[in-house]
Design a protein around this ligand. Structure first.
Ligand code: C2O
Ligand code: CU
Ligand code: CU
Length: 527
């Protein structure tokens, strides 16, 4: 991407947000479509059967993508026969058009997590389309190279839809990253971490707090309705976030991936609804973290453990040059005290207990097959130090308590209402603010770690104080650009964000999907 062209594109998007419309409806701002898209694809969400466990297939919801025009490498089918969505591979500066087709039996809409897109392309729940309808997205890829992802975002149904299988990676590439010569092709792998619970018939189990029998959709078995013990327990489980008892990596149980000896780039996504991971390789092989949610860091940050909260990504380099053919390295999640992430509660009647937060987990195995002889040394400098980022000490500070009252999680003292925005949630385009996220203790003892996510622009973590979660804290990398920050129990985390120049209504919320669905989410308006 040439800088001049990017500036031209940015100029265009300032003139008018790219068009977005419900197919068949009126075209908003057709003038923004001055250029044919570089990538034009159809993304369908539909029920499907997947072979996940031995025995019966599992009913899932699944994304499929089909290219209408553009480079064939824009869609990378997911590994093997995984039910995860295909990986979309885009380049900075590309004009992208996506037609989302909703073939589920309930409303849905897709959100491009981490991308700075116009309001009409952001997947706000008020834009959800009914079953059988479609929605057209048009946006320019403004983001830096990095690992982003996409998932549904309908009102109060994000948790169950992601849980049923709707999620995929979105990889952005740019010239700066390419020039670094990082491990690529077969030495660039992705691991999507998700925990799920299955019943004896291999059906996914998800607690349901709605009317009894109302939402047993897509073959996913739901708990009982609001009445009685079942409903109470389901509600409590929603309040702590839904945990599974079976780990899926790229949609499969403990997969073994063949890799070459040499350097390996591993892109990690925590695609779980609520689980926090404390990642480590076998024998504490160093994790050279080269990037986070918003792309490459200025320099590698090396850790033995890496804390990855729901929705977060990490870009990690792993040196496997010393290993002989057939040897193995595994990715684990190490044990940590459950109360560092929060309480875990109960189970649905008739199902196995989910593994509590902090349970040690075996995630995936890398098996050495062959050798990659391409010479590589870990670069000392990776990326331009932060796109000119610097602290703005006189930026306005807004305090946002994370609290629990009357059986409900609050964000800044409020809960979600579809179009509701308060005065302190209204910001100027391109303005810089400091938001202070305060994870308060509460009388009910409902204390949890909350991964707080802002739509649109990536932000910086300025400071992290207080807290009582040493094992998770140790693995946190507050470096570079991020779109989701884990606020541990008792912590105060300050972030600095420069809001997008895209005007409109955007979201910020806890990315424990059950917290989001229950209203630990708010709008902010850029106006
Ligand atoms: Cu990945 Cu609003 O979410
Ligand atoms: Cu997002
Ligand atoms: Cu939360």
């Amino acid at each position: 991407m040439h800088r001049r062209e990017l500036i031209r594109l940015l100029g265009l998007s300032v003139l008018g947000p790219a068009a977005g419309r419900v197919a068949g409806g009126p075209l908003w701002r057709a003038e923004a479509q001055r250029r044919a898209p570089d990538v034009d694809l159809v993304l369908t969400a539909a029920p499907d059967d997947a072979r996940i466990l031995a025995g019966e297939p599992t009913r899932v919801s699944r994304f499929h993508a089909r290219l209408r025009s553009g480079p064939a490498e824009a869609i990378v089918a997911s590994h093997d026969d995984s039910h995860l969505g295909p990986t979309l591979r885009l380049r900075q500066g590309q004009q992208v058009r996506v037609r989302f087709e909703n073939r589920l039996d309930e409303p849905s809409i897709v959100h491009w997590h981490g991308l700075d897109v116009p309001e009409s392309a952001d997947g706000h729940p008020r834009l959800a389309v009914r079953a059988g309808r479609s929605y057209d997205y048009d946006f320019t890829v403004l983001n830096r190279a990095g690992t982003y992802w996409y998932h549904p975002h309908p009102h109060m149904r994000t948790g169950p839809q992601v849980y049923a299988g709707l999620a995929g990676l979105l990889v952005v590439e740019d010239d700066e990253e390419q020039a670094l010569g990082l491990p690529s092709d077969t030495s660039d792998i992705a691991l999507v971490l998700q925990d799920r619970r299955f019943d004896a018939g291999n059906r996914l189990v998800y607690p349901e707090t709605g009317p009894a029998g109302g939402r047993g959709r897509g073959g996913m078995r739901m708990g009982r309705g609001q009445q009685g013990m079942g409903g109470m327990m389901a509600l409590m489980e929603m309040e702590t976030g839904v945990l599974g008892d079976t780990m899926l990596v790229n949609g499969r149980v403990r997969p073994a991936l063949d890799v070459e000896a040499g350097w390996l780039r591993v892109r990690l996504l925590n695609g779980s609804n609520a689980r926090v991971y404390r990642l480590a390789w076998t024998h504490n092989r160093p994790m050279h973290v080269i990037g986070g949610d918003g792309g490459l860091f200025d320099r590698p940050v090396t850790r033995r453990t890496l804390t990855l909260a729901p929705a977060q990504r990490a870009d990690v380099l792993l040196d496997l040059s010393d290993l002989a053919t057939d040897s193995e390295v595994a990715l684990h999640s190490l044990a940590f005290p459950a109360d560092e992430a929060g309480h875990t509660m109960t189970m649905l009647p008739g199902t196995t207990a989910p593994l509590p937060q902090g349970s040690p987990l075996d995630l995936a195995t890398l098996r050495i097959r062959g050798r990659n002889t391409r010479p590589f040394t870990l670069p000392e400098r990776l990326s331009d130090p932060g796109d000119g980022w610097q602290p703005v000490p006189d930026a306005p500070i807004r305090r946002i308590p994370l609290s629990f009252q009357a059986m409900q999680w609050f964000l800044g003292g409020r809960t979600f209402a579809m179009e509701d925005v308060a005065g302190d949630e209204t910001v100027r385009p391109g303005s810089t603010h400091i938001w202070e996220l305060v994870n308060l203790p509460n009388p009910m003892g409902m204390e949890m770690a909350h991964p707080i996510h802002l739509h649109g622009r990536q932000f910086r973590v300025l400071s992290r104080t207080g807290g009582r979660a040493p094992s998770l804290r140790e693995g946190i990398v507050d470096h570079g650009w991020t779109d989701t920050v884990l606020v541990l129990p008792g912590e105060t985390v300050r972030i600095q964000v420069t809001f997008s120049t895209h005007r409109g209504l955007f979201l910020y919320h806890c990315h424990i999907l059950e917290h989001e669905d229950m209203g630990m989410m708010r709008n902010f308006r850029i106006a």
